[in-house]
Design a protein around this ligand. Structure first.
Ligand code: F6P
Length: 534
């Protein structure tokens, strides 16, 4: 019974809480082998996590009790796993090789996926070769990508991770409704050589429509009305709305593609234009390889499952409601922002699938920063703060810019080591004495220089950051997020929590237009509104 499995996991975690992680390597000579995994070009090391073998066994028992394998089959079979919207969730269909046969609620979708891929490829190649030009016959030099949330974070991550330093066609991204974002993006751009791609699954998102309207006005300053359609295109699950908005062409995807899972679709058209089709195909292939691993590997060797179990162990077993992600690669600096949406929008839920209270902590707060920058900001707290924040290090062995001498990976390894080993007050005191401090000074400073250690971390290594390893990495996190949702018994694929604020903002805009706060406004909000409108 799942309830018993949870109880067992919590009891095992209570026992593990005081065990020292480094001692586990001597207690269990197989620990490293058991807790390191390879999947789709990624090497994952979970051996610096807090669990003992008993804890791991309890976590695996929970995965079995929650029928992770059955729910995984339901996802890949295109069943309505998004229960509140009665939708299939089929992003794996978007990266499957040609010839696959995915079905969303029984309806075949793979042929349509292949058709859109072919359309994207042809369009991007025409643009890149200069065959498809702007209205005045000049080739496109820039793509202005407008979108927010899932229509922004994924493509931005891909572009930053894989972009050439001096791209033939550059990409600019605009998400924020603050016009400053658009103003900055337009610096130096020429409407005659700019393609605007408006990306919105719903084509109703306030920020995106406002920015698209700004971009249309900007294009119209230099282009004849009849030429606009070549410069203004949409990517959406609502092509009729895109056409009504003035998009000359629309690339479609379906409602079984969640916004935060949409970067495998035409949502990444800008990246296809900037990087070329082969790179994008490599990205899809890397994810498809990880999909196969997720489908085929036994639970205890399954990378997404094991990452999810490590998280649950920390969050629910050891009451650690936050996790930091530190990619040690400048090109992956957007990963923490991407994961915040992927994980917190998916699993930041408080009720079970049947609507009953979840009763336990679900998604942790996910935050992070590229290494080594994060070390000089919030890592003080990770090392010495009173609360334990599990860390995740993404390490790229070699990059185009540097060779294996890069100090980046050494820093990442050092952080994991320091977090696990710590430094006792006695050690700190001895070091102070050895460096010439007086006994009194050593007594005074030692508590400040001691590290508790025994803080867990995970390392994810890749040899190089390529389209394939990037695709695999993102798919790894997607499936980890899904498995966690299964374990917590929550719907990972809706996001009702973002709706209330949108509705209230619309009402406030009405109040702002009349200049009078409506009578039912609370005193604080009414006062703030008055201050902002007078
Ligand atoms: O407000 C949240 C959200 O609905 C996200 O889930 C989504 O990624 C984002 O807004 C953008 O939505 P759209 O692609 O429909 O513009």
């Amino acid at each position: 019974m799942p309830h018993t499995a949870w109880t067992e996991l919590e009891a095992a975690a209570r026992r593990d809480a005081d065990a020292r992680i480094q001692d586990q390597f001597t207690a269990d000579p197989h620990r490293l082998a058991r807790l390191t995994l390879d999947a789709a070009g990624l090497h994952i090391d979970l051996s610096k996590q807090s669990w003992t073998q008993t804890g791991l066994d309890a976590a695996l028992a929970l995965a079995r009790a929650r029928d992770v394998e059955g729910r995984r089959a339901a996802l890949f079979n295109g069943e309505a796993v998004n229960l509140t919207e009665d939708r299939a969730v089929l992003h794996p269909a978007l990266r499957a090789p040609n010839g696959a046969d995915f079905r969303a609620l029984g309806e075949p979708v793979s042929a349509e996926v292949e058709a859109v891929r072919a359309e994207m490829k042809a369009y991007a190649e025409a643009l890149r070769s200069g065959n498809e030009t702007g209205a005045s016959g000049r080739p496109f030099k820039t793509v202005l990508h407008i979108g927010i949330g899932g229509s922004d974070l994924g493509p931005r991550l891909i572009w930053d991770a894989l972009r050439p330093l001096d791209p033939a066609i550059d990409l600019r991204f605009v998400a924020n409704i603050d016009p400053r974002d658009m103003a900055e993006a337009l610096i130096g751009l020429d409407p005659e050589t700019t393609l605007v791609i408006v990306v919105s699954k719903t084509f109703t998102t306030q920020e995106t429509l406002a920015n698209a309207a700004l971009a249309k006005v900007w294009l119209a300053t230099a282009l004849p009305a009849e030429g606009m359609t070549k410069h203004f295109i949409g990517v959406t699950a609502a092509p009729d709305k895109a056409a009504a908005f003035g998009c000359g062409r629309a690339f479609a995807f379906r409602d079984w593609v969640g916004g935060r899972y949409s970067l495998w679709s035409a949502v990444s058209l800008s990246c296809v234009i900037g990087l070329g089709w082969d790179a994008f195909q490599g990205f899809l292939d890397g994810a498809a390889t990880l999909d196969r691993h997720f489908l085929e590997a036994p639970l205890e060797r399954n990378a997404p499952v094991m990452l999810a179990l490590a998280e649950i162990y920390n969050v629910n077993g050891l009451h650690r409601p936050a996790r930091t992600v530190a990619p040690y690669a400048h090109a992956l600096r957007r990963l923490p922002a991407f994961l915040q949406q992927l994980e917190m929008e998916s699993n930041g839920k408080r009720v079970h699938c049947d609507g009953s209270p979840a009763g336990r902590q679900t998604c942790p707060v996910v935050f992070g920063e590229a290494g080594t920058n994060g070390q000089h900001a919030f890592f003080q707290q990770i090392h010495q703060g009173p609360q334990v924040v599990p860390s995740e290090f993404i390490i790229v062995a070699s990059t185009d810019q540097r060779t294996l001498e890069s100090p980046l990976w050494a820093n990442a390894l050092a952080q994991g080591q320091a977090l696990m080993l710590g430094k006792t007050e006695t050690q700190a005191r001895a070091e102070l004495i050895a460096s010439g401090a007086s006994e009194d000074e050593a007594d005074r400073l030692a508590p400040h220089k001691a590290f508790p250690g025994n803080r867990p971390s995970t390392a994810i290594l890749m040899e190089r950051l390529t389209p394939q390893t990037l695709g695999a990495l993102i798919a790894l996190y997607e499936h980890k997020t899904f498995v966690e949702g299964v374990l917590w018994d929550i719907n990972s694929f809706d996001q009702w929590g973002v709706e209330l604020g949108k509705v209230l903002a619309k009402a406030l805009l009405k109040d702002a237009a009349t200049g009078t706060p409506s009578e039912d406004l609370d005193p604080s909000t009414a006062d703030l509104l008055r201050r902002l409108t007078t």
